[in-house]
Design a protein around this ligand. Structure first.
Ligand code: SF4
Ligand code: SF4
Ligand code: SF4
Ligand code: FES
Length: 980
């Protein structure tokens, strides 16, 4: 198919919009409201073109075969100009003193493109104040051109449904929750609206007065300057004024930097440019992130203050009695090398253990495990995937072969049905959740959520099931059996691709619907309904997280999930598969790169002689032949006196490991404990030496996100004070122990990893340049696999395997004394215990502390109101927190977010673990609740987004604008094309 654009014939891509075709040919037309990731909004009318003699909006039309398009005919040009003139009636052009004058302002650039000299419609301010009530961004109605991009982004991309435009008002404006101050609305500060705003109406507060040369002037001076500029404008014309502002914009380039990085919080893997001026972060600017596009959540967009926090560790610290004193690097490193050497000499290499950080880079995890194995001589090496994801990996290893998400986030988005189990996706993986919310809202995707809490995804779901705690394996197995028994299984797929069917089907015998209904507390009708929905959907993705894995049956339940996917043929095609959502930004990468007791990088077994021989040859050492201790076993080994020394970097073990009191007690028994951190964390209290490391913005390397996507991060800032990137510190320690490593850049580390690791064979820094990414496995020629199992499963015969799994009762059951079930997890605003996020003032303001969620039923039974202090006591410890009474939880089930350093929920959790992986059963905790006498304010302040009242609608609803009495289509004979 082809179309003629201004006399030139152009091939049309399938499904291509006319505006995209025009842009692809390099023809420049105005397009103020159009944003490719939002689709047509149709509010600005500036993209008028003449097609076969008629005016149409280029953004709203699909390119069709034989179309003849004139982009600059007199009628199109007049329409474009008229439309843009109306826009300037809503926007004061004071570019030289505007913080958005950075070369990418759509209003500025369109003024230039159309060579506007004088406006016909004069600028008219709107009768509203600037809204500064959100801690991170502000809205200036006087500069708002009513393009509606922000509304579209909030309603249909983020799907928080906060924004709308008051089209019927004489002075339309953007409103939050229909008219609340931003800071008291349902806005979750994800920043989508700010990112897509084409001008300065919505701006990050961190930009204000900082981005421009003149923008820091006091307001009266600034207003005076604007008056001067506006005064000479009639004489000089906009062109001259624009030129002046372009000089100023060019000057800005010399003092601001834009550096690509990857988010350091969750496993979604959002990437963006960070704009900086010296050490000041001007803003986070996502544009075309492979995982996120323009999307972010509050943490990735606004949660970076910790990097410049005044309490960063900037010098090594050495313990002296009960105090720490500052030391030189030389002194600290010598002490570490001496400490490790002496312990190794006295009690052997296996009396030392190493824990790598899931926040740090792949290269750093690789070096840490190399230090443990090749320099010290132990496999006592682990990372925090043990706390969350190891059971999911096991479930996938057992059934399909690779321990990673079977597709990409785009597969989740295109699935016909998404089943979410034990994952608070909207808060723990916010940007990934937006893709599900969008597909569900706009594209008919079905959504089933199984969870103890009615979280946001549950509230949106077509079916929300609330099974009894610890019973997911039962209902999953029962609906799988029902699918088999009723001829709903994908028999052709099973026959061709799955082994062990007979044994598996037999193992399902006991999982009748009646048994599942009784054990799980779910109606049989609900079970049959979801079984049929799953079997009948054209494609199914199952997402799960710690609500599944952090149980004594975490591995088995993960296996049951994969069994269900195999039964229904939901592998091997787009829009299908298993998605265990990785929690930390690089928890996938830490395991991939060998920070595990039983695997070298790429899941190559340490006890396989041939594999070991390859690493021995490459590293020129003898390597220990037996798997080492995992991090759960390490704690027991310290208590037993077998483990004397640990080296931990970037892990807050004493708070995030289960049964925190037991862990803290163990750490205090170590003979020699080395911590490497960016802050003096709780765990640092137990250290003998503390080495100051750098956060991700101060180093280079790669992260691997939940969709197996490997991405490069670049150095934004130089290391603060004397802090140093972790890989440099690990190398220095290794060298003081005689290793002779000579890495000068993380790329050299990857040059060593790739040939040793078939899974990453083709990974090079060149192939990851800028925003380029690779999703493992990566073949030597650089080809990667966004969707796994397109040709076969990862087993010798290429087939998957059903893996039977029995059910047993959860641990730490309730009894008369401990009568309540305590669940725990993350909050949107905070990451984990909050060591990083509490250092962002705006986050602290919105969400200052942890709390315990209590159901209205329990609250009324015990006389508890929000704000009441309560004491929770488990078999392992106790905490004091304030109550929040909410319908998110039911009956005798409590929920406590993990964002607390002072009263961490893990003082209550047990040492029970998943039987296979030793992942702590964090979600199997029973407590008693005692009322304390004091009552305070609700621990969630009224300004928290959870108290807002969203106003869902389908995007910007431009039809309401078109119905206004004062609206007239620009140009003549506009052909209205309905696009929704
Ligand atoms: S939730 Fe708030 S920050 Fe996010 S798009 Fe909506 S209004 Fe903007
Ligand atoms: S605030 Fe919204 S409607 Fe106003 S200019 Fe920005 S994106 Fe457009
Ligand atoms: S925390 Fe996760 S969802 Fe939020 S910006 Fe970072 S990677 Fe994206
Ligand atoms: S770009 Fe705004 S209507 Fe087309």
């Amino acid at each position: 198919m082809s179309a003629t654009i201004n006399d030139s014939s152009q091939e049309i891509l399938p499904g291509e919009r006319l505006i995209d075709l025009i842009n692809r040919t390099g023809t420049r037309i105005p397009q103020v409201c159009y944003h490719p990731q939002l689709g047509p909004i149709e509010t600005c009318d500036t993209c008028m073109v003449e097609v076969d003699g008629k005016l149409i909006r280029a953004c709203a039309a699909l390119a069709t075969d034989g179309m003849t398009v004139l982009t600059a005919s007199p009628r199109a040009d007049a329409a474009q100009r008229e439309a843009f003139d109306r826009i300037l009636g809503n926007h004061l052009l004071y570019c030289t003193v505007c913080d958005n004058n950075n070369g990418n302002c759509t209003v500025h650039n369109t003024t230039g493109l159309l060579r506007v000299e004088h406006q016909a419609i004069p600028y008219k301010p709107k009768p509203y104040e600037v809204d500064m009530s959100n801690p991170f961004y502000r809205y200036d109605p006087d500069q708002c051109i009513l393009c509606g991009r922000c509304v579209e982004a909030c309603q249909n991309l983020e799907v928080n449904e906060t924004l709308s435009i008051t089209w019927e008002n004489p002075h339309p404006r953007v409103v939050w929750d229909g008219g609340a101050p931003i800071g008291e609305s349902s806005c979750v500060s994800c920043g989508h609206c700010v990112t897509v705003c084409p001008c300065n109406a919505l701006m990050e507060k961190s930009m204000l007065g900082e981005a421009g040369y003149f923008t820091s002037l006091p307001k009266p001076s600034l207003d005076g300057m604007i008056d001067v500029v506006k005064g000479i404008e009639p004489e000089l014309g906009d062109g001259a004024i624009l030129q002046l502002s372009e000089v100023e914009a060019a000057m800005r380039e010399s003092r601001t930097r834009r550096t690509k990085t990857v988010c350091t919080y969750c496993g979604v893997g959002c990437s963006f440019d960070i704009w900086t001026k010296d050490r000041h972060i001007l803003k986070v600017e996502p544009a075309n992130g492979p995982a996120n596009g323009v999307s972010t959540c509050i943490k990735g967009k606004f949660g970076w203050d910790y990097v410049n926090s005044p309490d960063r560790l900037t010098k090594p610290l050495i313990r002296e009695g009960n105090r720490f004193r500052e030391a030189t690097w030389d002194e600290a490193l010598s002490l570490v090398a001496r400490g490790f050497s002496e312990i190794k000499a006295a009690t052997g290499p296996d009396s030392l253990a190493f824990i790598s950080s899931s926040k740090c880079t792949n290269e750093e995890s690789y070096l840490m495990q190399k230090l443990a194995r090749a320099v010290i001589g132990t496999n006592n090496m682990d990372n925090c995937s043990r706390y969350c994801q190891a059971p999911a990996t096991t479930g996938l290893f057992r059934t399909v072969g690779y321990g990673g998400d079977s597709g990409s986030i785009s597969d989740v988005e295109r699935a016909g049905l998404v089943l979410i189990i034990g994952s608070n996706t909207a808060e723990s993986h916010p940007v990934l959740a937006t893709r599900v919310k969008r597909a569900h809202k706009l594209h008919g995707q079905k959504l089933i959520v199984a969870d103890l809490r009615e979280n946001e995804m549950a509230a949106r779901a077509d079916v929300f099931l609330h099974p009894r705690p610890g019973t997911d394996l039962v209902w999953l197995s029962a609906i799988t059996r029902y699918i088999f028994d009723n001829g709903l299984a994908d028999q052709a797929f099973i026959d061709k691709w799955v082994n062990n069917t007979a044994e598996y089907r037999k193992s399902l015998d006991s999982f009748t619907l009646e048994m599942a209904s009784q054990r799980c507390g779910l109606p049989i009708e609900t079970l049959t309904r979801i079984a049929r929905m799953i079997a009948e959907a054209d494609s199914v993705c199952i997402l799960w997280a710690m609500g599944v894995t952090q149980h004594t049956m975490g591995s088995d339940t993960s296996t049951a999930i994969s069994n269900l996917l195999l039964t229904t043929g939901n592998y091997m095609k787009p829009g299908t598969g298993a998605y265990p959502l990785r929690g930390h930004n690089n928890v996938q990468g830490a395991s991939d790169h060998g920070a595990m007791p039983n695997y070298f990088p790429g899941y190559q077994k340490v006890d396989d002689p041939a594999i070991r021989a390859r690493f021995e040859k490459a590293w020129n050492v003898s390597l220990p032949p037996k798997p080492g201790l995992d991090n759960h076993q390490m704690i027991d080994a310290i208590h037993d006196g077998r483990l004397k020394s640990m080296y931990v970097f970037g892990e807050e073990m004493s708070l995030v490991d289960s049964n925190a009191n037991y862990v803290a007690d163990a750490l205090s028994k170590l003979d020699f404990f080395v911590m490497q951190e960016i802050f003096f964390s709780e765990t640092c209290r137990f250290a003998d030496v503390i080495l100051p490391a750098t956060p991700s913005l101060e180093k280079e390397g790669t992260f691997t996100s939940t969709e197996r996507r490997i991405q490069r991060l670049y150095r934004v800032f130089e290391p603060l004070g004397e802090s140093r990137p972790d890989w440099e510190i690990i190398q220095d320690i290794a060298n003081r122990l005689g290793a002779g490593w000579k890495y000068e850049h993380p790329s050299q580390i990857y040059e060593e990893i790739a040939p040793l690791t078939p899974l990453m064979a083709g990974v090079t820094y060149e192939r990851l340049e800028g925003y380029k990414t690779l999703q493992w496995p990566v073949a030597e020629d650089g080809s990667d696999q966004p969707l796994l199992y397109t040709k076969e499963f990862k087993f010798p015969d290429g087939k998957a395997t059903f893996f039977p799994v029995p059910w047993s009762e959860p641990s730490d059951q309730q009894n008369a004394q401990y009568d309540l079930h305590l669940n725990n997890g993350r909050l949107l605003e905070h990451f984990h215990e909050g060591n990083m996020t509490y250092r962002t003032e705006g986050i602290r303001e919105k969400t200052p502390c942890t709390f315990v969620e209590i159901s209205p039923e329990l609250a009324s039974e015990r006389g508890i109101e929000s704000g009441r202090w309560v004491e929770l006591i488990s078999r392992y410890g106790q905490v004091r927190v304030q109550a929040v009474v909410t319908t998110r939880v039911q009956g005798k089930e409590l929920y406590m977010p993990m964002n607390s350093v002072e009263e961490p929920v893990n003082r209550l959790t047990s040492s029970h673990t998943d039987k296979v992986t030793h992942t702590p059963a964090y979600k199997e905790t029973s407590v008693q609740l005692n009322l304390l006498s004091s009552i305070g304010d609700n621990p969630l302040p009224r300004t928290n987004s959870r108290f807002g009242h969203p106003t869902p609608q389908n995007g910007v609803e431009v039809e309401r604008k078109w119905k206004r009495d004062d609206y007239r289509q620009p140009g003549d004979q506009l052909v209205q094309i309905q696009t929704r």
